[in-house]
Design a binder for this molecule. Structure first.
Ligand code: APR
Length: 245
């Protein structure tokens, strides 16, 4: 296992985020006690088989989620803003890799954001593969503006069993990063849960977990801090801007 080296100001920082970073903005996580997967069955709303069986049910689930993200109360919190500040002030590159489909990182000022599980606000046609920005309510009767096909429009999100997006770019960044931060994720869903191992085995980066509680893979991280993201993220960002890691 490569030994992490001390920071240099040109190091790339990769930040993996999960639902926990948006919790204080008013968006439910998935696996906490009150999380989405305690109210919905994954097999009924988040797989291609579910969509084929009952498209209306799957589309309703996402129509509702997308509408809730647009609510005026859902705003970026101090953790999102701290990452925006990090990108602005860190001399090297900062890449946010998020499992979240909300756009709160962008609102918090991050410009380099890879949505590995897709993005609310985009829809995709399964007939012609066109991806468009759209907030339209989807139904099985919706028609693709590009190919005029019916029934193929779906949210541009990655369902269970599908391959996440941007994996080549993410893999390359993990191998060369000087710091890998994992924020607000339970570490239960792969491939994201395996990123820390990739950095430790193949890369040179220091690894840090910032979460409400120890994640599944917490022991793989060289450094860990626990508490609400709106507190632990700004204070860690402050520290690395002051003295590196
Ligand atoms: N601050 C920091 N962490 C928090 C906070 C908070 N305020 N609130 C909750 N957390 C932590 C929880 O302790 C938990 O470890 O955030 C984590 C959320 O975990 P999950 O609900 O499993 O969410 P996530 O890891 O993003 O899930 C991964 O699973 O269902 C899929 O596609 C979905 O992208 C999602 C993926």
């Amino acid at each position: 296992m490569a030994r992490p080296r001390l920071s240099t100001s040109l190091d790339t920082i990769v930040v993996l985020t999960g639902a926990g970073i948006s919790k204080e903005s008013g968006i439910d996580t998935f696996r906490d006690k009150d999380g989405l997967w305690s109210k919905y069955d994954i097999e009924e709303v988040a797989t291609i088989q579910a969509f084929q069986r009952n498209p209306q049910k799957v589309l309703d689930f996402y129509n509702e989620r997308r509408a809730s993200f647009r609510s005026a109360n859902i705003r970026a919190n101090a953790a999102h803003h701290a990452l925006g500040r990090l990108e602005q002030e860190w001399p090297g590159e900062v890449i946010v890799v998020t499992q979240n489909i909300d756009l709160l990182h962008e609102e918090g000022g991050s410009r380099k954001v890879l949505h590995m599980h897709g993005q609310a606000g985009k829809i995709r046609c399964m007939h012609c593969d066109t991806i468009i920005d759209s907030e339209m309510e989807l139904s099985p009767a919706s028609v693709c503006a590009n190919c005029q096909g019916k029934g193929g429009l779906r949210p541009h999100v990655v369902w269970f069993g599908e391959i996440p997006l941007h994996m080549d770019e993410i893999g390359e960044a993990l191998d060369r990063c000087g710091l890998f931060m994992s924020i607000g994720t339970s570490g239960m869903v792969y491939p994201a849960a395996g990123f820390v191992q990739q950095v430790r085995i193949g890369g040179v980066g220091h690894t840090v977990e910032l979460n409400m509680e120890p994640s599944d893979g917490h022991s793989l991280f060289a450094e860990r801090h626990y508490g609400p993201a709106s507190e632990v993220v700004p204070s860690y960002v402050e520290k690395i801007l002051r003295e590196g890691w």
